[in-house]
Design a protein around this ligand. Structure first.
Ligand code: FE2
Ligand code: FE2
Length: 147
C-alpha cells in the first residue's frame, strides 16, 4: 500500500532521532564521527526531498505557506552550516560533542515546527493533491540518494 508523503517524512524524522541517541551512546571518537556522517547524509537527503518535492507545494498555497517555507529553508541551511563545521572538525571530543548537541537542538526545533505547523497546514490546504504521486517521487529520490 502506498504511504502518505507526510508519513514518509515523519519516519525520516524518527530515524534521525534514533541515530542521535546512538550517537550519544557511542564512546569511540572515530565511530562517533562515522555515525555522525550517517546523520548528515540522512539529513541532506531528507532536506533535498523536502526542498525539491514537498516545500514547493506548501509555498504555492498562500503567503502564509510561503513564509513558513522561507523559515524552514533557513533552518535547513543553519543545519548545513553545522554539518560543514563538523565534517572539517579537528578538535577534541568534548568540543565535538557540544557542537553536535547544538546541531541536534536546531534539528529538534525544526522537526517540531514541521510536525506541529507545516505538516498540518499542508494536510489542511493541499490534502488530496499532496498525496497524488508525491510518495512515488519521494521514494525514487530516496533510492537515488541511497538511504
Ligand atoms: Fe525540514
Ligand atoms: Fe523534515
Amino acid at each position: 500500500m502506498e504511504q502518505m508523503p507526510i508519513e514518509i517524512l515523519k519516519r525520516d524524522h524518527r530515524k534521525v532521532k534514533e541515530l542521535f541517541i546512538d550517537l550519544g551512546d557511542e564512546k569511540d571518537f572515530d565511530d562517533k564521527k562515522r555515525l555522525a556522517e550517517r546523520i548528515f547524509k540522512n539529513f541532506e537527503t531528507h532536506a533535498k526531498i523536502e526542498e525539491e518535492l514537498f516545500y514547493p507545494e506548501v509555498r504555492s498555497v498562500s503567503m502564509e505557506g510561503e513564509k513558513m517555507i522561507e523559515e524552514s529553508i533557513q533552518e535547513h541551511n543553519k543545519v548545513r552550516g553545522y554539518i560543514n563545521e563538523l565534517r572539517d572538525f579537528d578538535g577534541g571530543l568534548v568540543e565535538y560533542e557540544n557542537k553536535v548537541r547544538e546541531m541536534q537542538q536546531v534539528i529538534d526545533d525544526h522537526v517540531a515546527k514541521e510536525e506541529n505547523i507545516v505538516f498540518p497546514f499542508s494536510e489542511k490546504n493541499i490534502g488530496e493533491k499532496l498525496n497524488l504521486g508525491l510518495s512515488a517521487k519521494i521514494m525514487a529520490m530516496k533510492a537515488r540518494e541511497m538511504i
